[in-house]
Ligand binder design. Structure first.
Ligand code: SAH
Length: 258
């Protein structure tokens, strides 16, 4: 690998191999255990505090944990998915739900005193609106979560919703659609006016929305009498094929760029 580097005294190395040979020798187990012992010894001498583990940069804790992530919970009902999942991962979650008594119950369930997450996380907005009438603010969301409600939308509204909602995603953001799946075709429920679509029905609609499947997962551990459930992670850009690895920074605490 022809990637040059530096050490903390400012000395330069032509490449990583030169540095590793100096640090570890040629497969010398003694030198390697010195390397690791020195790492552990360093940390053993550090106080067990946030400031300690962040190398004196305790004040970057808040922005480190809070990376201004925002989620939307569509057809949120009483806020079950937000409460058990989304609020842990996003600083702000907006809920939208057309049935007002569900939304009111979500407000209570997600009141700060009923949440077991840090004060950096909160349910931000409660919108009483159905998906076919919702237009998100531009680039607000990292994730738009749509669980067990898209069956209420007619195909044209399904497509129009996702096309509008795409503009509400931040660059790199995604949709998660978790839904019941019919074995083939669709199953219409005449009582609640919803349809359960098959996997290929969904794929045809994703296509028409200009959405790509980034990942797909089957629900496990559900009773046999229930519909199969799938989770689709959908992106607006065609996922890159093959080697997805990106160069990673290899530090384990905040450090000044040299
Ligand atoms: N996603 C929640 C609730 C699922 S129940 C959860 O997983 O717990 C289905 C929800 O879809 C109900 O709250 C219902 O009011 C809502 N819903 C019905 N029609 C809708 C529509 N047109 N747009 C958005 N949500 C709808």
């Amino acid at each position: 690998m022809e990637i040059g580097g530096l050490d903390s005294d400012g000395r330069t190395f032509r490449n990583a191999e030169e540095m590793w040979t100096e640090e570890l020798g040629h497969g010398d187990p003694h030198k390697k255990s010195l390397w690791y012992n020195k790492g552990i010894n360093y940390w053993q001498g550090v106080e067990a505090t946030v400031d300690g583990v962040l190398g004196g940069y305790g004040h970057v804790n808040a922005p480190d944990i809070k990376f201004a992530s925002t989620g939307a919970d569509c057809g949120s009902g009483i806020g079950r998915v937000t409460k058990n999942l989304l609020i842990r991962y996003f600083n702000e979650v907006d809920l939208l739900e057309p049935v007002s008594h569900f939304l009111e119950s979500a407000r209570v369930n997600l009141a700060p005193e009923n949440l077991m997450v840090s004060e950096l996380h909160k349910a931000a907005n409660f919108y009483c609106v159905p998906l076919q009438e919702f237009t998100p603010d531009a680039e607000r969301y990292d994730i738009i979560w749509v669980q067990w409600c898209i069956g209420h939308l007619a195909d044209d509204d399904f497509i129009a919703f996702f096309k509008r909602a795409k503009l509400g995603l931040k660059p790199g953001g995604l949709f998660v659609l978790k839904e019941n799946i019919a074995r083939a075709g669709f199953v219409l429920d005449k009582e609640d006016k919803s349809i359960t679509r098959s996997d290929s029905y969904f794929k045809e609609l994703f296509n028409q929305c200009g959405l790509y499947i980034y990942k797909m997962k089957d629900q496990k551990e559900f009773p046999d009498e229930l519909f199969a459930v799938k989770m689709y992670a959908l992106t607006t850009e065609m996922p890159r094929q093959g080697n997805r690895s990106r160069p990673k920074r290899t530090t384990n605490r905040p450090a000044i760029i040299r």
